[in-house]
Design a binder for this molecule. Structure first.
Ligand code: AP5
Length: 192
């Protein structure tokens, strides 16, 4: 069974590309960010835990993220494979994720990292802020904080996954189509 992760800074295109990957390769997709936004909209316990964190551009706790993934894996036992979008995003989450999938006799096949210039990220998120209702896109200060948290807490995963030989770094600065073609080249190599 194939397990892929797509990572990158806010606005790098993780969600956009994960949907295209899921469709093309028949993988089941989860975005932890989307799960959390949905919980906030529903006003559930999870949503109440996540609301302030997300609005301030902070991560939710590693345990909260783990619970989301455990439930998702439990509910999707028949899946052909998975694309995880925005999880794991800390070293502790990566260790927890290893344990979870190893207990299913699976291993991570690829950690696809989208590398995007800061000015492009800011441009994309401010453009989306005009049409989306995402509180974390509306304020330049929060966008800058999200980038800072990503640099502090997620960038260390590069070394972690490089050592495991599953790191694939791709420039995400180009158009959606060009980036997708590069990602497909990587996935085709992984699965063949
Ligand atoms: P999440 O929803 O994952 O937000 P994010 O990481 O900030 O990423 P975005 O959704 O903003 O961007 P993206 O990289 O998915 O890009 P997208 O395709 O949307 O998480 C939200 C929050 O939840 C986090 O800040 C955190 O608080 C919490 N959270 C989530 N997971 C967590 C975890 N594991 N642990 C702890 N906390 C967690 O594209 C962005 C825009 O650009 C779109 O408008 C799109 O149309 C456009 N676009 C995309 N690609 C291109 C392109 N190539 N060219 C031009 N435009 C493009």
């Amino acid at each position: 069974m194939i397990h892929l992760v797509i990572a990158g800074p806010p606005g790098s295109g993780k969600g956009t590309q994960a949907q295209l990957i899921a469709e093309k390769y028949g993988l089941t997709h989860i975005s932890t960010g989307a799960v959390l936004r949905d919980a906030i909209n529903k006003g559930s316990v999870l949503g109440r835990l996540a609301k302030t964190k997300i609005e301030h551009g902070e991560f939710v706790s590693d345990d909260v993220a783990k619970r989301i993934i455990e439930e998702f894996l439990q509910e999707n036992q028949e899946a052909k494979g998975f694309i995880f979008d925005g999880y794991p995003r800390t070293i502790v989450q990566a260790q927890m994720y290893d344990e979870m999938i190893n207990s299913l006799n699976a291993n991570l096949s690829g950690f696809i990292l989208l590398d995007v210039d800061k000015n492009i990220i800011i441009e994309r998120l401010l453009a989306r802020a005009k049409v989306s209702k995402r509180a974390d896109d509306a304020d330049l200060g929060v966008i800058m904080h999200r980038i800072e948290i990503y640099n502090q807490r997620t960038l260390p995963l590069i070394e972690y996954y490089d050592k495991k030989d599953v790191l694939y770094k791709i420039s995400g600065n180009e158009t959606i189509e060009v980036v997708f073609t590069k990602i497909c080249d990587v996935i085709d190599k992984i699965i063949n």
